[in-house]
Write a protein that binds this ligand. Structure first.
Ligand SMILES: *[C@@H]1O[C@H](CO)[C@@H](O)[C@H](O)[C@H]1NC(C)=O
Ligand SMILES: *[C@@H]1O[C@H](CO)[C@@H](O)[C@H](O)[C@H]1NC(C)=O
Ligand SMILES: *[C@@H]1O[C@H](CO)[C@@H](O)[C@H](O)[C@H]1NC(C)=O
Ligand SMILES: *[C@@H]1O[C@H](CO)[C@@H](O)[C@H](O)[C@H]1NC(C)=O
Ligand SMILES: *[C@@H]1O[C@H](CO)[C@@H](O)[C@H](O)[C@H]1NC(C)=O
Length: 664
């Protein structure tokens, strides 16, 4: 309970009781959020950022653990289906196990650097930068005092594999991406410490080693790479996502552009001495994430997540991109692999005005045929396609944009109890929290709903990595201090009974036997609503509960205040007395409570007070107080006198008090 501001309305003679916490708690948080979303769609600007409602914090010991020291550079590895997570740190690999209902267990394996002499202390360290399952063992690679090396961990024994360039960088700060596919290994890590500074995308294991021409990317920052198996084996593609300097040096143009590049997995290199060890099928396209109606552009790609189609149609794989703008606002755009593929197959090349050679640049050839030199030369000098890759959907706009600075994204496809499919996004913020956002289903086109802020750590710190286990429905995240396992079906945070549970519109949660429970926790089907406008109407008691009546006896001329906790950040709270609104607190109010001050209690001010939380057309009684005269006789006397008192007392008192509150 927040004390009243000093010097104002401190309960004075006769002593007044501070109102206790309300019997209900938290309901308007979610339900008001829903109404926000509904209203947004009605007004047609449904794409502003989601808002935050419920907040989850885990339990120490069970949901998160400490490294015991700072780990400024980490790599996280989780194998879907297991309850454990590997983290590589400085000279060490940690194995954290999160058994159900028990405390986390930790094991560590020391993997110090093998080099004896080095110049400065930092260079002597072995920063682990790669963890990957290879056969029976775990492949561990690290900087090893600027001599990148790997180890194999199997049956509890660490076997050194020696120096392995391209698997780990020389320094942990280097932007590095390594992609494994069967026996093939692709890497963006440079192999020479002092020359070859221009970053390249290489095939370092598999068929002949290949690398990208130094002219096809300008200062790239690699973000994500993936292999896509297409209809024919020879047509399998590697796509990778990156940012680079904008070749357009116009002062109006953004400094950086976001790209997707394609390569044929079966690329054999070329026929001429210039093309023989280069990728011959490289093409790149611009990834656009902008909202034409508001003229907002998001140019900096931050992260990419690929969500495969449940029916195995590679063209329908959804590509989620998180972008930011120079003010660090974010947008999420969704592309399809089919659209990306089509752009590369059909677009002309930027700046190339003759007719394209045959086979056209970027085409994969069957039977290991080499790409003719002419095709290579055209592609190598015009690596960008003219057409840009635009988001899916009729409007080709972001799914949403927001003032938060999102950095990483994973997406969970899940089925609610009615069988309806939802895509739930988990986005990390620069404040070390995760936002859970529900992408609109077919039914509610255009409504993006943010349903929860998750605080995975005890110490607020940037999230370094996030991994999703879709089948076990867990999220693994780490900062430089801690590792945390977060369940996706966090239903216990929703209070407010059936209404609170259903109005949260959390597709993982439903109402069952008097509790808000995970849909996975019960064999029976739990109550979930498919009515996006008023889900609470499906509750056994469809009307919002009334707040319990609380009474207080006060002497005339008392100072008193009534406090109403503002559980929702989106609602307007107001205190009503008789027909009047005595105090109103808008969203964004400084204090966490909406306080009504009574400076000098008059006879007319006795009676019933209601605190009402409202957003859109939904409102709910949050508090109900009755101020009673201290003594029955006195009351008669006062009420008789009441008509003579100035009804406008409030008009004088309120502005002063409100001012006091704001200053406070
Ligand atoms: C789990 O760890 C926490 C904090 O370290 C401790 O308070 C708690 O007793 C532990 N619980 C069990 C079951 O060991
Ligand atoms: C690990 O142990 C299993 C059985 O105990 C054995 O089959 C396997 O070969 C061992 N792996 C290595 C790398 O030693
Ligand atoms: C963005 O462009 C600027 C200017 O060309 C460059 O200094 C910077 O490294 C680029 N950043 C990224 C992430 O590509
Ligand atoms: C945006 O975020 C980056 C790092 O997260 C920070 O360095 C930069 O100063 C921020 N820019 C603005 C305009 O806040
Ligand atoms: C309250 O009002 C009464 C009469 O209206 C007045 O006599 C009294 O001084 C006031 N008390 C305070 C604390 O202002």
């Amino acid at each position: 309970m927040t004390p009243p501001p000093p010097g104002r309305a401190a309960p004075s003679a006769p002593r007044a009781r501070v109102p206790g916490p309300p019997a209900w708690s938290g309901l308007p948080v979610r339900l008001l959020l829903l109404l926000w979303a509904t209203a947004a769609s009605a007004q047609g600007h449904s794409r502003s950022g989601p808002r935050i409602s419920a907040v989850w914090k885990g339990r120490v010991g069970q949901d998160w653990v400490d490294f015991g020291q700072a780990e400024p550079h980490t790599v996280l590895f989780h194998e879907p289906g297991s309850s454990s997570v590997w983290v590589g740190g400085r000279g060490k690999v940690y194995l954290f196990d999160f058994p159900e209902g028990k405390n986390v267990s930790v094991r560590t394996v020391n993997i110090g650097s093998t080099k004896r002499s080095c110049l400065d202390k930092r260079d002597c360290e072995n920063y682990i930068t790669l963890l990957e399952r290879r056969g029976e063992g775990l492949l561990i690679c690290g900087t090893n005092a600027r001599r990148p090396s790997c180890w194999n961990l199997a049956n509890g024994t660490v076997v050194p594999l020696g120096e392995m360039r391209g698997y780990a960088p020389f320094s942990p700060d280097e932007n590095s991406l390594v992609l494994f596919e069967g026996e093939e290994v692709y890497s963006t890590i440079r192999k020479q410490e002092y020359n070859g500074k221009i970053p390249r995308f290489r095939r370092i294991r598999g068929e002949s080693e290949l690398y990208t021409s130094d002219t096809v990317m300008q200062n790239p920052q690699f973000i994500k790479a993936t292999i896509v198996h297409q209809d024919q084996d020879y047509d399998d593609k590697i796509y990778y996502f990156f940012r680079e300097d904008n070749p357009d040096k116009n002062p109006e143009a953004p400094l950086n552009v976001s790209r997707v590049a394609q390569l044929c997995r079966g690329d054999q290199g070329g026929e001429s001495s210039l093309s023989v060890s280069k990728w011959n099928t490289f093409l790149k396209a611009m990834l656009v994430c902008s909202d034409a109606t508001t003229n907002k552009n998001f140019n900096r790609l931050q992260d990419v997540f690929l969500l495969p189609d449940p029916n195995g149609q590679w063209r329908d794989t959804r590509v989620y991109g998180v972008f930011s703008n120079p003010w660090n606002y974010s947008a999420v755009c969704v592309y399809s692999l089919g659209d990306i593929d089509k752009v590369f197959r059909t677009s002309s090349l930027k700046g190339y005005h003759s007719s394209l050679p045959n086979p056209r640049p970027g085409k994969c050839l069957p039977n290991q045929q080499p790409i003719p030199t002419e095709t290579f030369q055209v592609a190598d000098s015009h690596p960008e396609v003219a057409q840009r890759v635009e988001p899916m959907g009729p409007l080709k706009t972001p799914l949403f944009h927001s003032k938060y600075h999102y950095q990483k994204v994973v997406v969970h496809r899940m089925q609610a109890s009615h069988g309806e499919t939802f895509h739930v996004l988990y986005l990390t913020t620069d404040r070390g929290t995760i936002h859970k956002v529900v992408e609109p289903g077919e039914r509610e086109r255009g409504l993006v709903l943010n349903i929860m802020e998750i605080q995975p750590f005890r110490r607020a710190a940037a999230i370094q990595a996030m991994s999703l286990d879709a089948d076990r429905r867990k999220l693994y995240v780490n900062s430089q201090w801690e590792v945390s396992q977060v369940p996706l079906d966090l239903c216990e945070v929703y209070s407010g009974g059936c209404h609170g549970c259903l109005m949260s519109r959390d597709p993982y949660c439903g109402w069952d036997q008097g509790r808000c429970v995970s849909i996975y926790s019960s064999q029976r089907s739990v109550l979930q609503s498919i009515n996006p406008d008023a889900p609470h109407e499906e509750c056994p008691n469809p009307k919002p509960d009334k707040a319990p009546l609380q009474k207080v006896s006060l002497a005339p001329n008392s100072r008193y205040y009534l406090s109403c906790p503002m559980e929702s950040r989106h609602a307007t709270y107001s205190w009503h007395h008789k027909e009047n609104v005595e105090q109103s607190c808008e969203p964004g109010h400084q204090s966490p409570n909406c306080i009504l001050f009574i400076e000098n209690l008059t006879a007319q001010q006795y009676g019933h007070y209601f605190c009402v939380a409202r957003e859109g057309s939904y409102f709910r009684e949050a508090q109900h107080w009755q101020l009673l005269p201290e003594d029955g006789m006195m009351a008669e006397h006062l009420l008789g006198r009441a008509h003579t008192l100035a009804a406008s007392l409030w008009l004088g008192v309120l502005p002063t008090l409100t001012l006091g509150l704001l200053v406070h």
